[in-house]
Ligand binder design. Structure first.
Ligand SMILES: [Zn+2]
Length: 281
């Protein structure tokens, strides 16, 4: 099978183009879509940090993403430009399968976040977990929970819990046809609260398909630090992941392909297109 190259896909028409539908992220609008200029600046910053880190692996990632250019794209998930282009493609596919202007479609969808205890690994040990293993596990859990006939588009994301010094990998999913029973089984059997994972499952209705679809795949992993606000509630502050963990996650991403972080159920990728393989019941 040929390697997926998002730069070779046709640029989506305006009504399926996430960069037009989401307000450009100019720094003031944090929920917007990152502009190409911002993605390039972020890539330069990563290259600099990776070189400074200096391990053989980090230098290899820096060379690869640093050498990325339009005539020879690097296709590394550590590259914000290649990831951004993949996100543009993915949104187009999602909005084709689940039109954002169709209330009857959106009513059947849920935005789900799943954080499994098995996907929590200490700093320095990210290499002990593989994207493939996570994907296989998620598929099995969904089947066992009676959600084997749903249609799912999901992607792996990670954050770094700096207070406890571990990685917390997770999936963001859009699920078509999740029944209340299946949701309950996922909650009670596979995604129970633990002392370290406070909110292992989050299920939301689709209120804003543009931002919820685009939320599935992200090119930036944050560091999370807990703090107490003025009213005494616990909050999370996000920031750039500190070294050596910053280089660790970029190396992890660099070892997989752009589409290896994606999870599909009830559909598959045929070349540059996602196609339904079964009707959800
Ligand atoms: Zn690239």
């Amino acid at each position: 099978m040929t390697v997926f190259n998002p730069h070779n896909t046709k640029f989506p028409p305006p009504h399926l183009n996430i960069t037009k539908l989401l307000v450009a992220d100019d720094g003031a609008n944090k929920t917007g879509f990152e502009t190409r200029a911002k993605a390039k600046a972020e890539r330069q910053r990563r290259v600099k940090m990776l070189r400074k880190h200096g391990s053989r692996e980090a230098i290899a990632v820096a060379n690869r993403i640093g050498g990325c250019n339009p005539s020879s794209p690097c296709l590394s998930p550590a590259c914000p430009v290649c990831m951004g282009r993949t996100r543009i493609w993915l949104f187009e596919q999602m909005a084709t399968i689940w039109p954002i202007d169709s209330p009857s479609t959106l009513n059947n969808l849920k935005a789900v976040t799943l954080i499994h205890e098995d996907w929590r690994v200490p700093a320095g040990k990210l290499h002990t977990i593989s994207a493939k293993q996570m994907i296989d596990q998620l598929r099995q859990q969904l089947r066992r929970a009676g959600a084997g006939f749903t249609t799912v588009i999901a992607a792996i994301h990670g954050d770094f819990d700096d207070d406890n010094n571990f990685w917390r990998l997770h999936f963001h999913l859009i699920v078509d046809g999740l029944t209340p029973d299946a949701e309950k089984t996922l909650r009670n059997k596979h995604y129970k609260r633990t002392s370290m994972i406070y909110r292992p499952i989050k299920v939301q209705a689709i209120r804003n398909p543009v931002s919820q679809y685009s939320y599935i795949m992200k090119s930036y992993w944050p560091q999370k630090n807990r703090y107490w606000d003025n009213s005494g509630s616990v909050r999370n502050r996000g920031s750039r992941i500190r070294e050596p963990c910053h280089s660790e996650y970029l190396s992890w991403l660099n070892d997989i392909g752009l589409t290896d972080q994606l999870f599909f159920m009830g559909l598959r990728r045929r070349g540059n297109e996602l196609r339904l393989t079964a009707l959800s019941s």
